[in-house]
Design a binder for this molecule. Structure first.
Ligand code: GCB
Length: 619
């Protein structure tokens, strides 16, 4: 039998690669110059059915880590890539089954329920290019690592499962038939962010929408239009042009309802900045006011809906628009509120989850533990729900690996770049429950905090930290992270009194104290219950136990001076392979206030009533 030349080359490369130890550094993202506000642009959707091939053994492109740009070593190409097609008859995208995009593969195909590895996606589409335009293929998210090629040419690679990325395809897109191939790999790796161990389902695939974005040759790539730090009367921002005529041109930002037109001029790098007095009606949960905004240059214009508000701290208070506010929140995973539907992927999913939170009298959600979709943020903004936005620096991370840091920072940058104009985002969180004392951790987190502030000086920055006892009797607790508390705007931490920390009796025995004056924010508390499971109050996993745990925690937490917000864990039961208690958990973390089937548990109503009282007091 003749071995096709491409296989021979692959075999040689594999032999060579296998002599070398695997690279320890996490691959950095490349080619991710984000085009922002996709909903405000001309786009062509590539959502729908994509053919796919499962590649368990990495047969298709095993050498990319050493030689990422060499797309020619890819096996699962368009058939037309090979001069003599007859040599490669052992795969055919056109005959392959399909997966829906957006959507994870685990919940679409039974065989892929537990799958972690590579899946090759293929989408053939017709296109008619317009002269003088540029084109980008834009991915809302791909978990975890994506490598894309269009019409036999390499586009680029992206690392990180929850932030958007795009590749310019102006010179690769064809009139007529096009072929887009994306290798998506969700294998967990020690050096990744998150690392190998986390408490949620590792949903793989093209989990968010894919589209082609059309822009003029010189176009508005990004812009910021928000209130200046600490001011309710000054709108400040920038416009970034991209293209041959980006330098030294006029740009305007107009807000017709305010009769405001801000005119400015770009510098040599295509960037223009502005700051102008204005008196917008302020965005808040009770009045989520958004203004139509038009950003324009000679060659391009982009529409947005933007809200204006201030968020700051004063002593132990959080001030929204200058007034103390209690953040009546709940933590949320990006999981569909439809039984078994996996990663949330539609506007309806976002609205249902947010409505459950609002019906519980929430004015805020903590979107854990990674950036959720832009649709979720925008729906929350329209519905008057504030957002804590987080990147997946979760539990143990390779703190000393420069590639891991670069990856985390890149996810933070992409998250802030995508969402910096959303008034409802009030907190950027850089980490969750990271182990105090781990070597390199403080440096890692300090750099992330500084980066967040350098990208956005108007919002609060924090992290979900850990706790400790102050006394031998284990009755006095505090946050356990002085190096991060000193840099963060909030004393925010997760605590599980009554669940991981003792039983129901514990809440009445514990008091809290803090040696810094900052707002205290409980980013997690709670316990598990299987909806419909009833029994004596001290029986774990009954609705009664969970409700009682909430009552006890509410009483305990209410005594904390400076308590400024709470986001109990969690709105809805969510899938996690760590949750193996058969008959009770069955692959679900059961700490939801609402079940995986949408049933509200007793504790949901306990929270609803407490938040209702707080809301009444504050009005
Ligand atoms: C935590 C984590 C969260 C887990 C939760 C739990 O502290 O931050 O991701 O799911 O505890 O249920 O144990």
């Amino acid at each position: 039998m003749r071995i096709p030349r491409v296989f021979a080359a692959l075999a040689l490369l594999l032999a060579f690669a296998s002599c070398k130890p695997a690279a320890k550094e996490a691959p950095a993202a490349e080619g991710c110059n984000l085009v922002t506000n996709i909903p405000g642009r001309t786009t062509f959707s590539l959502d729908g059915d994509w053919n796919y091939i499962v590649d368990v053994y990495e047969t298709g492109y095993y050498d990319y880590r050493r030689n990422p740009v060499d797309w020619k070593y890819t096996y699962f190409q368009d058939k037309s890539f090979f001069a003599d097609e007859t040599k490669l008859v052992e795969y055919d995208f056109a005959a392959a089954p399909t997966l829906k995009v957006p959507g994870d593969w685990n919940s679409q195909k039974e065989k892929l329920y537990y799958y972690e590895g590579t899946v090759w996606y293929h989408r053939a589409f017709d296109f008619a290019r317009k002269p003088g335009k540029r084109y980008f293929v834009y991915f809302g998210a791909a978990n975890y690592e994506a490598i894309a090629g269009l019409n036999k040419q390499y586009l680029g690679m992206h690392v990180g499962g929850f932030t958007p990325f795009n590749f310019e395809v102006t010179d690769k897109l064809l009139d007529g038939e096009n072929s887009l191939i994306v290798k998506v790999d969700n294998k967990r790796r020690l050096e990744n962010v998150p690392t190998v161990n986390f408490d949620w389902w590792n949903y793989g695939g093209l989990t968010r929408s894919v589209c082609i974005v059309e822009t003029p040759e010189t176009f508005i790539r990004d812009y910021g239009v928000q209130l200046a730090k600490g001011s309710a009367t000054s709108i400040k921002g920038f416009v970034q042009l991209d293209g041959p005529d980006a330098a030294g041109v006029d740009v305007t930002v107009s807000i017709p309802e305010l009769s405001l037109t801000l005119a400015t001029r770009t510098d040599v790098s295509g960037r223009a900045t502005f700051e102008r007095e204005a008196a917008p009606e302020l965005w808040c949960p009770e009045n989520p006011k958004l203004y139509d905004v038009l950003v324009s240059s000679a060659s391009d214009s982009v529409r947005d809906r933007i809200g204006f508000r201030t968020i700051e701290t004063r002593g132990s208070e959080i001030l929204l628009n200058g007034k103390p506010v209690y953040l009546r929140g709940v933590s949320v995973h990006e999981e569909a509120p439809v039984y078994g539907a996996g990663r949330a992927f539609s506007d309806e999913h976002a609205i249902t989850l947010l409505q459950w939170a609002k019906d519980m009298n929430c004015n805020m959600v903590r979107l854990a533990h990674y950036p959720h979709s832009e649709a979720m943020i925008r729906a929350a903004e329209e519905m008057g729900v504030m957002v804590w936005s987080e990147i997946p620096v979760y539990w143990t991370i390779e703190w000393k690996n420069p590639g891991t840091y670069a990856n985390a920072e890149n996810q933070l940058v992409e998250n802030i770049t995508r969402d910096r104009n959303r008034a409802n985002i009030v907190i950027w969180s850089v980490a969750n429950e990271t182990p105090v004392g781990a070597e390199g951790r403080v440096e890692f987190l300090s750099r992330l905090i500084a980066k967040a502030r350098s990208l956005d000086d108007t919002r609060l920055v924090s992290a979900a930290m850990e706790t400790k006892y102050l006394d031998e009797a284990k009755t006095v607790m505090t946050v356990n992270d002085p190096d991060i508390v000193s840099q963060a705007d909030l004393i925010s931490f997760n605590q599980y009194v009554g669940w991981y920390n003792g039983g129901l009796e514990r809440a009445s025995q514990i008091s809290w104290t803090f040696d810094v004056e900052k707002p205290v924010f409980i980013s997690e508390f709670g316990g598990g219950a299987l909806a419909g499971r009833h029994g004596p109050v001290d029986h774990r996993f009954t609705e009664e136990y969970q409700a009682e745990l909430y009552r006890g925690n509410i009483e305990m937490l209410s005594k904390i001076p400076g308590l400024a917000g709470t986001t109990p864990w969690i709105l809805k039961d969510f899938r996690s392979p760590k949750r193996m208690l058969y008959g009770v958990q069955d692959d679900y973390n059961r700490k939801g206030l609402v079940s995986d089937k949408g049933e509200k548990k007793q504790a949901y109503y306990v929270m609803r009533d407490w938040y209702g009282e707080i809301a009444k007091k504050n009005n």
